[in-house]
Ligand binder design. Structure first.
Ligand code: FES
Ligand SMILES: [Fe+2]
Length: 426
């Protein structure tokens, strides 16, 4: 397909062609060049703690099973029977010695190998090559401080290299305390009639929408909503650490202001863990900045202090399946863990006061992209363009908190990956 992805993504122009949100051919290329190549988030290690535990999810639009093998290592396989393609595992999560396909009964071990074929002697004359019909494994699997990722690309760089400087920022929530984090809620799942890039881009760099889209929740002082002064001048940065990742953070500068920036019901705990966090991370990541939102390219997003993490599964060009969890320090007291679980449910996910505000924006923006005339007019991503800078205490490139620097970085990476292999690729 002779498409100029750099042009579509408006690289260097701060523009975006609306067709990237609705065209089927572009979606199919994303599955090939992005979702079959990038490191994708699978689950947290705390979700599969014991041998034979499993968790089913997607990598792109491909359903996969993540397993804790007998030796304690983690495996990940396409959830697709090698006979006629049925899903071999129908559960969301559990503990199983083997996966028996419900169609004709081929059975697979926790390590993906095919271990039984009904009638192997009688109907296959003993000739079916059992060894070459195991579940299709991912090419590489690795974890970063408990977050498990995999890629279908054997030539992909290591996970650490892929995360790059984003890992330094991820430590702000993964590594504040000795034993790291755990997930404190079940998996909340819902489908949104929008393109997957809208939520990923919203989380990578859009602090700007908060003051309008969430104004009612904000002004009403809903439970779990900071009663911060509402204006466009508060201090902070959009941080672009490279590789399409990005985060937005307040510049809080002192421990007192860091604690004060947290949601009211979380402030006591933030204050209590500050010393330990500073010893582990240094002052910049412990309290000089307070992370708000972020995206790890392509589709893992998080709300730092709010304790929410989610994946945007690209089911179709205009269908995204959101999977969301709450997270909390493993060493936190139980009543705080309970508070975080309630908080994530009340503020985010399907029943959240903030979630519905966002979902409607993404649906409307996707729908508008279908219009024939609308497609003649590009989206604008020029906020803060030409004002990018470096910061002596931060990694990557930064813009002020209201800036579209990170969306530009996200779509630049998107264009680079889609163009890979094209003649004259970037
Ligand atoms: S499709 Fe799985 S056993 Fe036939
Ligand atoms: Fe939002």
């Amino acid at each position: 397909m002779g498409v100029d992805f750099k042009q579509l993504a408006g690289v260097g122009r701060g523009r975006l062609d609306r067709r990237i949100f609705v065209e089927d051919a572009i979606y199919r290329m994303e599955l090939e060049k992005i979702f079959a190549k990038c490191w994708l988030f699978l689950c947290h290690e705390s979700q599969i703690p014991k041998p034979f535990d499993y968790f089913t999810t997607y990598m792109g639009a491909d359903p996969v099973i993540v397993t804790r093998k007998e030796d304690g290592s983690i495996g990940c396989y396409l959830n697709m029977c090698r006979h006629r393609g049925n899903r071999v595992c129908r559960g969301d999560a559990g503990n199983a010695k083997s996966f028996v396909c419900p169609f004709h009964g081929w059975s697979y071990s926790i390590d993906g190998s095919l271990n039984h074929v009904p009638g192997h002697q009688e109907v296959y004359y003993g000739e079916l090559d059992i060894d070459s019909h195991g579940l299709v494994p991912v090419a590489q699997i690795d974890s970063y401080k408990g977050l498990v990722f995999a890629t279908f690309d054997a030539n992909a760089p290591s996970l650490l290299e892929y995360l790059g400087d984003m890992a330094w920022y991820l430590d702000m929530f993964l590594d504040r305390r000795e034993r790291g984090i755990e997930f404190c809620s079940g998996t909340h799942k819902w489908r949104i009639k929008c393109n997957w890039k809208f939520p990923a881009d919203n989380f990578v760099g859009d602090t700007y929408h908060g003051l309008v889209s969430h104004i009612s929740a904000w002004k009403a002082g809903f439970e779990g909503t900071p009663r911060r002064k509402v204006d466009y001048g508060y201090q902070g940065y959009q941080i672009n650490p490279g590789n399409g990742h990005g985060l937005g953070a307040l510049w809080t500068e002192t421990p007192e202001r860091f604690v004060d920036s947290a949601l009211p019901e979380l402030q006591q705990y933030e204050a209590a863990r500050l010393k330990e966090a500073e010893a582990r991370l240094g002052p910049v990541r412990a309290w000089k900045i307070a992370g708000i939102h972020g995206t790890i390219f392509p589709n893992l997003s998080l709300l730092f202090q709010a304790g929410a993490i989610r994946v945007w599964h690209p089911i179709a060009p205009n269908v995204t399946e959101a999977w969301s969890w709450g997270f909390v320090d493993k060493d936190a007291p139980q009543d705080f863990k309970d508070e975080m679980r309630r908080h994530v449910t009340h503020r985010h996910s399907t029943s959240g006061t903030w979630e519905a505000d966002d979902v409607d924006n993404w649906v409307q923006s996707t729908n508008a992209s279908y219009g024939h005339v609308a497609q003649r007019y590009e989206q604008n991503l020029q906020m803060g363009q030409g004002h990018e800078a470096t910061h002596p205490e931060l990694r990557g490139t930064v813009g002020q908190i209201q800036s579209e620097i990170n969306q530009r970085g996200f779509y630049q990476r998107w264009a680079e990956l889609l163009a890979e292999g094209q003649p004259g690729a970037m």
